[in-house]
Design a protein around this ligand. Structure first.
Ligand SMILES: Nc1ncnc2c1ncn2[C@@H]1O[C@H](COP(=O)(O)OP(=O)(O)OP(=O)(O)O)[C@@H](O)[C@H]1O
Ligand SMILES: [Mg+2]
Length: 229
């Protein structure tokens, strides 16, 4: 295995912040990390910050082979834009990047069951790329349900789950929910928590600014389970 697919329990959950932060930390530790956002809808900001954080010379078209203008699920955006999405092109590009790097970090779009084509979901893409997953979940009330649903969907498709990273998206989180949920989710699902990232007021994905995310990842996240891949 030479890659990790980063998915989330939702859209806007911190997949890019964490993928870019991991790329930056691993690059600092002299790992040859590659990045990919196979499908983006609405903006290429995710692919740009991934490219910057990993410090790669791969082109934006390689990092993000499929771009749709409308910020919608890919199948809907493609229909509106009269485009036919080519999954083989994602696979070919992924294989090219994989040959240049030792560890590929691949960011999904939305969550596991988002349709790329009407009958081809993000989970189907993960299975085709044969990658283990890292789940990004909200460190907040509601995360037990969303995270267990994601884990159940992954397990039912035989996807390998490396762990869950909890991300604090609010400056005023419900601390009791945030602190107790990871252990409960691990107890119920047997999937490990790799840690919780605090709220970082200085991160701005759209402005290509990671702020303190790399330091917070180094301090709060257990990286070893990811490096064995
Ligand atoms: N730990 C954090 N502290 C503060 N803000 C954060 C944190 N993590 C992410 N954010 C902010 O939350 C928003 C969503 O994060 P991000 O873009 O990484 O989510 P995503 O899951 O990649 O979204 P998408 O589904 O659109 O790809 C961004 O504005 C980002 O700057
Ligand atoms: Mg993103």
């Amino acid at each position: 295995m030479c890659g990790i697919f980063i998915t989330g329990t939702d859209t806007e959950i911190g997949k890019t912040a964490i993928t870019a932060g991991l790329a930056s930390v691993l690059k600092q530790q002299d790992h040859n990390v590659g990045v990919m956002k196979p499908v983006a809808a609405g903006s290429r900001a995710d692919a740009i910050i991934l490219q910057t954080s990993a410090g790669v010379s791969d082109t934006l078209e390689e990092i993000n082979p499929i771009f749709l203008n409308n910020p919608l699920s890919p199948n809907v955006a493609a229909q509106i834009e009269s485009k036919t999405l080519d999954i083989d092109h994602i696979r070919t590009t992924y294989n090219q990047l994989k040959n240049r790097h030792n560890l590929m970090l691949v960011e999904g779009v939305g969550g596991l069951l988002v349709p790329i084509l009407d009958h081809f979901s993000v989970a189907d893409l993960i299975a085709q790329l044969n990658l283990p997953i890292l789940i990004v979940a909200r460190a907040a009330l509601g995360t037990i349900n969303h995270t267990l649903l994601t884990i159940e969907a992954a397990k039912s498709r035989n996807l390998e789950i490396l762990g869950v990273i909890y991300n604090t998206l609010s400056p005023t989180p419900n601390n009791t929910a945030a602190q107790t949920s990871p252990d409960i989710i691990t107890r119920i699902s047997n999937v490990p928590s790799l840690g919780t990232i605090p709220y970082a007021p200085d991160v701005d994905i759209d402005k290509n600014h990671l702020g303190s995310l790399p330091q917070l990842i180094k301090k709060h996240i257990h990286l070893q389970p990811l490096l064995s891949k």
